[in-house]
Ligand binder design. Structure first.
Ligand SMILES: NC(=O)c1ccc[n+]([C@@H]2O[C@H](COP(=O)([O-])OP(=O)(O)OC[C@H]3O[C@@H](n4cnc5c(N)ncnc54)[C@H](OP(=O)(O)O)[C@@H]3O)[C@@H](O)[C@H]2O)c1
Length: 289
């Protein structure tokens, strides 16, 4: 049984990580603000972090804390870098000082989007936009400072207990007769429950380095929306539109699908397809308003 410190435990992924690791390990769940069983811990507060690590003595630190407002980051650069780069560096120092393995969650947005096939862990990164740059800076800090680390990249997260594309689409589809969804951005949706299992298996197997953990397959936001509505039994007209028809403050990669080469080749772990994972989410949580 390992002692596991989880940061950002009340976020969408953090909740599922806490659930997954608690089955067989001793978990200390922490969040910026205490509540719902989580102890207060701001990852940028190095003194509090050092004290927490000294008292709890974790074997593994699982970092799910992050600034995740992709568009707002364009005007909140300091806040984005504070959590995503400085916070990651602080956790890396705590990991290096204590010997705890740091599993740091990152994103497909570290890739530029100029790809024609899913990116594996060896692909060069070239982030675009403040959020993407802050996450990539966090990855670099973790690699530089923490000898014992896993950088777990996920993409297009969906799952219970958080704001995500699927739940937003289903809510809007139920209240409006028609939807317009971007068809020229492609990625690999990731179910939070499956990402948490992949993180658990990676740490239990002693994996280190950069690891992709998306669900299998590639789809556009449009295709993702069509399948979510079909699975939820919602009849709604969905019109495919281009990125230029839906301008956002932050530029997003056109193609940032992930290939989980390390999980597949080193652990023999093949994540289920995004369609299978989406079917489970919609069946269990598709009624969430
Ligand atoms: N959502 C996606 O589609 C997606 C895609 C790819 C990768 N990721 C990555 O996956 C991870 C989890 O994302 P998520 O969707 O679960 O995010 P989320 O729901 O926004 O949760 C992030 C949590 O981190 C907390 N946090 C932020 N700064 C903190 C700090 N300095 N100290 C402690 N806690 C802090 C936030 O707390 P507050 O509420 O107090 O701010 C929030 O509870 C992140 O690393 C993200 O970059 C997400």
């Amino acid at each position: 049984m390992a002692r596991v410190l989880i940061t950002g435990a009340l976020g969408m992924l953090g909740q599922r990580m806490t659930e997954a690791f608690s089955v067989a390990h001793e978990v200390l769940a922490t969040a910026r603000n205490a509540g719902s069983g989580a102890q207060a811990l701001d990852i940028t507060d190095e003194a509090a972090l050092a004290e927490c690590v000294a008292v709890f003595k974790p074997d593994w630190i699982v970092n799910c804390a992050a600034y995740t407002a992709v568009d707002k980051a364009e005007v909140e650069e300091a806040q984005a870098f504070r959590s995503n780069a400085h916070g990651a560096a602080a956790l890396a120092r705590a990991s290096a000082a204590s010997g705890a393995v740091l599993l740091h969650v990152s994103t497909d947005f570290v890739f530029s989007g100029a790809h024609a096939a899913p990116c594996d862990e060896t692909q060069a990164v070239a982030p675009v936009g403040v959020y993407a740059c802050s996450k990539e800076a966090g990855e670099r800090e973790v690699r530089r400072i923490a000898p014992e680390h896993v950088i777990l990249r996920v993409a297009w997260l969906f799952g219970p207990g958080g704001k995500n594309f699927v739940d937003t689409i289903l809510k809007v589809a139920r209240t409006r007769g028609a939807l317009r969804v971007v068809v020229d951005q492609f990625g690999s949706p990731t179910f939070t429950c499956d990402a948490a299992q992949a993180a658990l298996k990676a740490l239990e197997a002693g994996l280190r380095g950069t690891v992709h953990a998306a669900n299998r397959g590639v789809v556009s936001w449009y295709g993702f929306a069509v399948e979510a509505c079909r699975l939820a039994g919602i009849k709604v007209e969905i019109t495919p539109i281009s990125t230029s028809d839906w301008p956002t403050p932050a530029q997003r990669p056109e193609y940032s699908a992930l290939h989980n080469r390390v999980l597949e080749e080193r652990l023999g772990l093949f994540q289920r397809t995004w369609q299978e994972a989406l079917a489970e989410h919609v069946a269990l949580h598709g009624d969430a308003r």
